[in-house]
Design a binder for this molecule. Sequence first.
Ligand code: SAM
Length: 343
Amino acid sequence: MTTIPRLPPLPGIRDMVKLYKVSAMKQLSQNFILNEKLTDKIVKKAGNLTGAEVLEVGPGPGGLTRSIIRQCPEKLIVIEKDRRFKPILQMLSDAYSTVNGKMDIIYGDIMRTNLTPLFSESFKKSWEDKMPRIFIIGNLPFNVSTPLIIQWLHSISERNGPWEFGRSRMTLTFQKEVAERLVAEPLDDQRCRLSVMAQAWTKPVLHFIIQGSAFVPKPDVDVGVVSFIPLANPRTKHEFKIFERVTRHIFSFRQKYSVRGIETLFPPECRKECGHMMYKLTDLNPQTRPMELSVEDIDKLVSAYKYLIEKHPEIGVYEYRASRKILKLSDTIKIDVAECSTL
Ligand code: SAM
């Protein structure tokens, strides 16, 4: 059994926040968790961190960081945008080094940091192998969490960044409604583009909800803790961008039949015809609502879309939101159902 070394005594987080006068800044969506029982609970959901390499996003005053350190990872890397936390984070790093722990601090924007060099080659696993002992954890600011998870799902699909090392796990916080959307299954009210994108490449699990009152300052919303386990066999083989494009169009008319959103992938002059073709090619019912579609159904629609744009590249450049004046498309795009072979 691994014995967890004792850290030297540290001032409490609340005292540190007071001492260094690092009050929360609204512009950075800073809502701190100062209750260590709660941060321990979040970290427990991430998995067994002992001897692992861990990346923490936005450590702030270091509540979650302390809980991670208590699990004794081999290396902890923290990325924080706000330099006001420097003395606090340095104190934690120094304390961890007294028990031979390694904590690297990077001051920067998580969205712009190259994460690949942060992990050790020795932790690398092949994709199909067991998950590597690499963990990503963060109590993220709400304004960053959604674009960040989209960026990371893209990286997972291309197996780059932390996913060059195999199926690295993530445990992150989201505004409750976003957390519920991430895990929503077909027919759930919250089913949306984010659900499909997250579930195509990972298994997202919503562990628990934290009341807004647990944060300082209290945000207007509650927060969900979600883990993502990258799938050894993703539910689509398509590239992220095209899969995202088709999914986005499908959900652009959430309450209508899914064919309505699908049609907007195509220029007006061939919209009806191409929309109809997509369902012919996939054997799906055009009257299926977006929320009823499984990841596999959307995967089929992407295959159909790719088939059509390979045959007629001019429709692949069409942007629904861009003005028709900008795009000069051929007058009519003729597609013959009979010429479409099995996808
Ligand atoms: N982890 C701390 C906790 O749980 O109390 C702080 C959480 S607070 C919601 C989010 C933290 O992320 C803040 O410290 C904020 O400065 C930091 N942050 C905001 N945007 C960031 C970005 N783009 N990159 C890195 N850190 C960021």
